[in-house]
Design a protein around this ligand. Structure first.
Ligand code: PHE
Length: 439
């Protein structure tokens, strides 16, 4: 997955957060979970929380003036002849999310600390690519698919446990006539891009690190990869060219570098130079033939890409905090107009409050476990969470952790009483869920 997480892990155990807390309702037996309209069995592996289940019920993309939906529509309008595929539930099998796409058994994304499991066999999809095989099965030769995706993570202005990805693909018949047409199309596209205000810096290279596949004729794979590059360069120009004020003298800079994904080869990452920084925009590549074979379209070859809508929308609309996408405040939503990329005008910030919580632990505690409990106790009122101290008592050898929680609402002032009540709830949950001892 694009966002590789290399943070040190305090623990990889799955002994904590073993069930959706407080979910048992009169209509659902406590061994069952309701998620996005479906009923699922809970087991010792369940770690999806109520806060997350609620998010799975909210569709941000159905609001036409929401910045995510403006961006989504803009990309669709750039690719008018691509079929829009809407995946059903965010709950998918572990097999479909990981195994079928070639993720190794020890891939970090599979960890209980990194993903939301509904039970041992099913989880909230961690990427839109979980639907790749079924999308190839639709027989559409060009498709786009947008999905809400879920990853356990830290709490700060750019991480949220739910975000949106769009995957897209184009499929070709390996027939001489189709490949000849592709060659011609590539020439036209390359010629057109050469007239535009874009500077393409291609630092990728085919080699043992990033090979064409055994199953492919290298000349055919090269045509498909070139088409992928031309297509996505055009998209980058559409999304960023205007906002970056690209001109002949000062063109939009787009950089291609080698990447690795278990389901594409060669694989690439695309970066765009925007407001003085290189931004990682998307991952893509030539789809592994095994995936097309599995989808029942052996005689075809395809490229695919996947991008994160929040990350792009945050830079294009100048949205400073990822929580704003979930805000119900009219001062947020009323600022945007369908079809238009506009600059968000920050409304006055409400006061911040910081509270620390210190506790002794008797077993390893992963930061993502603490963060999920903060999300349960505080919802979106927690702006960020940081471990600020960790020490081992010299006599007892017990470990103490201290976390600092920054509380601030996007929408209103918080009272001291309200924050204290949240903090009390948080302490109670840390004790009951993680077995810690509050200091
Ligand atoms: N699914 C990948 C991610 O999570 C992106 C990707 C999609 C890469 C399709 C290649 C092809 O980042």
């Amino acid at each position: 997955m694009l966002e590789t997480r290399l943070r040190p892990l305090a623990s990889c155990s799955f002994s904590v957060l073993t069930r959706a807390r407080g979910l048992a309702s009169s209509s659902t037996p406590s061994s069952q979970l309701r998620v996005a309209g479906g009923t699922y069995r809970q087991d010792a592996f369940t770690n999806v929380t109520n806060a997350i289940i609620q998010k799975a019920e909210t569709s941000l993309l159905s609001k036409p003036s929401h910045p995510l939906s403006i961006l989504n529509s803009l990309i669709h309008s750039h690719f008018p002849d691509y079929k829009a595929i809407t995946p059903s539930s965010p709950v998918v099998s572990v097999f479909k999310n990981f195994d079928e796409l070639g993720f190794p058994p020890d891939h970090p994304g599979r960890r209980h600390t990194d993903s939301y499991y509904v039970n041992k066999e099913q989880l909230l999809r961690t990427h839109a690519s979980a639907h790749q095989i079924e999308s190839f099965q639709t027989d559409a030769k060009k498709w786009l698919l947008t999905a809400d995706v879920y990853r356990r993570d830290e709490i700060d202005a750019s991480h949220y446990p739910v975000f949106h990805q769009m995957d897209g693909a184009r499929v070709f018949d390996k027939s001489p006539s189709e490949l000849r047409a592709l060659e011609e199309e590539n020439e036209v596209m390359a010629h057109r891009l050469a007239q535009e205000n874009i500077l393409i810096e291609d630092e990728s290279s085919i080699g043992p690190q990033n090979p064409y596949q055994q199953a492919h004729d290298p000349a055919q794979a090269a045509l498909v990869a070139a088409n992928l590059k031309h297509t996505l360069n055009g998209l980058m120009l559409k999304l960023f060219g205007g906002a970056a004020g690209a001109t002949k003298e000062n063109p939009l800079r787009v950089r291609w570098i080698d990447a690795y994904f278990p389901f594409t080869s060669p694989s690439y990452e695309v970066e765009v130079f925007f407001r003085g920084k290189w931004l990682e925009i998307l991952g893509c590549g030539v789809v592994n033939q095994a995936i097309l074979d599995r989808a029942g379209v052996k005689e075809r070859i395809s490229w695919a890409f996947g991008l994160g809508l929040e990350r792009i929308a945050m830079v294009l609309f100048s949205i400073p905090d990822i929580r704003l996408f979930w805000s119900q405040d009219p001062r947020f939503l009323s600022q945007f107009t369908p079809g238009v990329i506009s600059t968000f005008k920050e409304f006055s910030k409400f006061p911040s409050n910081w509270k620390d919580v210190s506790f002794w632990i008797s077993r390893d505690v992963h930061e993502n476990d603490v963060c999920d409990i903060v999300r349960e106790a505080a919802g979106d009122l927690a702006e960020d969470v940081k471990e600020i101290d960790r020490f081992v008592h010299p006599q007892t050898s017990k470990t103490s952790l201290c976390y600092r929680i920054h509380y601030r609402s996007m929408e209103r002032s918080l009272s001291n009483a309200e924050i204290s009540a949240i903090q009390d709830r948080l302490e109670g949950m840390l004790v009951s869920e993680l077995g810690v001892e509050i200091r």
